[in-house]
Design a binder for this molecule. Structure first.
Ligand code: IVH
Length: 761
């Protein structure tokens, strides 16, 4: 029985040839010229059509990103500096000619770029704060009452005393701080982390309603005007329509697009994006002598002044002492929300009197004197135009609503998840009615909800509007992709019918095959760099990769192929070589990763690790699983009981190995790759044996999964949270509440380096 229950063998570093930053034989420190140029890449920029320019920008973005990673992250440049500069120059020149095509997050964006390329940092003289939230009327009443209580004495002293509040829309954009010296705009910055932002002066200068020179003369000698940069719906639609023509899909919503437009390096692009600015607050405000000089005595007057100085301010601000007025204004603005022409996500209430603001003060990073009253998740009414079926990795058929496009919270929604066939019929997973048991029919008027970034949902049907010819949806009983029967399994234990119908086609089903391949190469599975969802689909469709084994045969086949991969659109000699290297680098995967990558239903990372730990070698796992599958009588006698692995997983593993096609695919794969045995160290010798360890923060030398595996191999127990039982907390940068708790409980706290020092002794 191979390794099962075998005595523990010696410690072997889990990082051998792995991703821990150690250079494998595939590392390449030699400067090579860039890939041969395709026709488009030599075409003069002046001759490029818009569509060609778009293709070219994508190619350049990929090439520059690859070079950046090689240079900055791997310290292994793949192209010469001159070639790199040429790529960037070409990218810039094309961007300049076609500013509308600039890719958000592309090479000219600051995000993720090399530090030298980034924006200069600006420390805010006065921090840019965030706001506390109110979610309902009661929260607003609490806020107003807190103010009244705080200024109780004023009310007693002066019977005429009133606390006035302003109410104005909360603009869903990006805040910016604009510094004016002697009325002239000199510098503008993003909010950043509140204390330090980025210098985006040149970009802000292109926003037409930001004055370069303040009007009038009663402004402080130095003032930082703060407000929100945003993109109007009209502008967003214009850009989207434009990008649709060229298949560019980066415009998710106006706020992200505004952010992308502002935080990139080419002011001409910002200029081409037509952003707007509302002024609503200020930072430092000083007279010539450098003494504080507030712009006015109240919030209302300050905003009035901003308007006089040439800023656009909200026309939707009121001032009142009544909580009910605040709420009435909220309701009124909420009703107008869809027609305002820009996104707002709530209202902001502020104490009007600046002196009282000062006295009321701040908590942590938000003022006590202001609060944001959020709007609930947005809903919209639209028509259910059709229902499509998506087939996932495990064959589950998921219905997706095709909707007449509707804007919900600034995002155009065209699809919503419908979960499963019971959901369409008006039943929840446990058979209880949802939407009062009303089913969904094609042609129905439905209410779509979008909360934050979650997938839109259909929350209701407007029955009154159901047309006579609304079509009942008959859920397919055969897979729409491969034609295999799609069945609803019955859970043997509970006797319940699975809510999902599943395609039984397994690997003959292209949809399942593609999803399985995507899972196989994913970061938490085999982690093959350069083989993402897009490439997997592309290779599948071209017949280059249909099963995992094909990935590892890709290079050998390419050598024999007439049409080489390097000549395929979107690839070049360099990227192909990189891809082949990345594939070769994973020919000896860790056993737990490998098992997880197989995509056996119900076998997640934790289960895969348990299986690896139990069987130690792939060979043992495969052999025992097959034996158990074919055993007469008690399969359990052969397949061991494993703590943490229940009947569902066991049955699923058996089902996987009962299928000859799976075994064939696995064996073909094992002819190409050799999963490393899962080595367990002699735990008694380890300094951390028997200890309970927690990892927190972003670890730099290992992934979380590796950290956990390593600690477990050393006989330690890994916990997810700190308690009195915790012995050691290993912290990486950015550790938060766990670190605090550990300190409170007196738990030993060590760095990642210290951890390595200890365990490597
Ligand atoms: S006042 C000290 N007013 O909301 C208070 N903020 O959640 C400073 N925001 O970072 C903020 N519209 O980006 C204020 N009318 C408005 C606003 C507004 C949008 C944003 C701002 C801030 C965030 C806080």
């Amino acid at each position: 029985m191979g390794g099962i229950g075998a005595p523990f063998t010696a410690w072997i570093s889990p990082f051998r040839g792995g991703r821990g930053g150690v250079c494998s034989s595939n590392c390449n420190h030699i400067l090579r010229p860039s890939s041969p140029i395709t026709d488009l890449s030599v075409k003069s920029i002046d001759d490029l059509t818009e569509a060609e320019a778009s293709t070219e920008l994508h190619r350049l973005a990929a090439a520059i990103a690859q070079a950046d990673i090689a240079y900055h992250q791997n310290d292994a440049p793949e192209i010469t500096d001159a070639d790199y500069d040429a790529l960037r120059r070409r990218n810039e020149a094309i961007e300049q000619r076609f500013p509308q095509l600039v890719l958000v997050g592309g090479p000219s964006a600051a995000v993720g770029a090399a530090p030298a390329e980034g924006f200069a940092k600006v420390r805010h003289g006065i921090p840019m704060l965030s706001l506390g939230n109110a979610f309902d009327d009661a929260d607003v009443a609490d806020f107003v009452n807190r103010g009244r209580k705080y200024f109780e004495k004023e009310f007693l002293r002066d019977p005429g005393f009133q606390l006035y509040f302003t109410a104005e829309p909360k603009i869903d954009g990006l805040s910016a701080s604009l510094r004016y010296e002697n009325g002239v705009f000199v510098r503008g910055a993003t909010r950043g982390d509140g204390a330090v932002g980025e210098d985006i002066t040149e970009n802000l200068k292109t926003i037409k309603n930001i004055p370069q020179q303040l009007k009038g003369s009663d402004w402080p000698a130095m003032i930082e005007i703060r407000g929100e940069v945003y993109m109007s719906h009209a502008e967003f639609q214009r850009l989207k329509a434009h990008s649709a023509k060229f298949g560019v899909q980066e415009f998710v919503n106006p706020r992200n697009t505004a952010a992308g437009s502002l935080r990139q390096k080419n002011p001409e692009i910002t200029a081409s994006r037509n952003l707007d600015f509302f002024a609503y607050a200020w930072g430092i405000s000083e007279d010539e002598a450098g003494l504080a000089q507030p712009p006015a005595a109240t919030q209302t007057e300050a905003v009035q002044k901003f308007k006089e100085w040439g800023f656009v301010t909200t026309p939707l601000m009121i001032r009142t002492e009544s909580k009910d007025d605040l709420l009435a204004h909220y309701t009124m603005i909420e009703a107008q929300r869809a027609t305002l022409g820009y996104d707002i996500d709530g209202m902001v209430y502020k104490l009007d009197d600046l002196e009282l603001q000062r006295r009321w003060g701040f908590v942590a990073r938000a003022p006590r004197w202001a609060i944001a009253h959020k709007f609930p998740a947005e809903r919209a009414t639209t028509i259910l135009a059709g229902i499509d079926i998506k087939v996932g990795r495990t064959g589950a058929l998921t219905p997706v609503a095709r909707l007449a496009p509707v804007t919900v919270g600034g995002v155009v929604v065209e699809n919503a998840t419908l979960h499963n066939e019971d959901y369409i019929a008006g039943l929840s997973n446990d058979g209880a009615p949802i939407r009062n048991g009303v089913d969904l029919r094609i042609g129905d008027t439905v209410i779509v909800q979008r909360a934050g970034d979650v997938i839109p949902q259909i929350v209701d049907v407007v029955l009154d509007k159901r047309p006579a010819d609304a079509v009942l949806f008959v859920f397919p009983e055969i897979c729409p992709v491969c034609g295999s029967p799609a069945i609803r399994e019955i859970n043997e234990k509970t006797g319940k019918v699975d809510s999902k119908r599943r395609c039984t086609g397994e690997l003959v089903c292209p949809a399942q095959a593609i999803e399985k391949l995507k899972h196989f190469v994913a970061r938490d599975a085999m982690d093959i760099d350069g083989l993402g969802d897009r490439q997997v689909s592309q290779f599948y469709e071209a017949g280059r990769i249909t099963r995992p084994a094909d990935i590892f045969a890709l290079k050998a086949r390419d050598e024999r192929a007439i049409k080489k991969l390097k000549d395929v659109d979107g690839f070049g000699a360099t990227s192909v070589k990189k891809l082949f290297d990345a594939i070769d680098a994973r020919r000896e995967p860790e056993l737990d990763r490998f098992i997880y990558a197989l995509g056996i239903r119900h076998v997640g990372e934790t289960t895969a690790a348990l299986l690896a730990k139990t069987f130690i070698s792939m060979d043992a796992f495969r052999r025992v699983a097959i034996e158990a599958t074919h055993a007469e009588g008690d399969k359990h006698a052969i397949f061991p009981q494993i703590g943490g692995i229940g009947d569902t997983v066991r049955a699923s593993v058996m089902a996987f190995f009962a299928n000859d096609r799976n075994i064939q695919a696995l064996d073909d794969l094992l002819a190409e790759v050799s999963p490393r045995d899962y080595i367990v160290t002699v735990t008694a010798d380890s300094v951390v044996a028997g200890k309970t360890v927690v990892f927190t923060g972003s670890l730099e030398r290992m992934t979380r999964m590796e950290a956990k595996a390593m600690a477990e191999r050393l006989g330690a127990k890994v916990a997810g949270s700190i308690s009195a039982q915790t012995d050691i907390l290993v912290v990486g940068p950015g550790a938060g509440s766990k670190l605090k708790k550990a300190e409170e409980l007196g738990v030993e706290v060590i760095s990642e380096d210290e951890w390595f020092k200890r365990v490597e002794q």
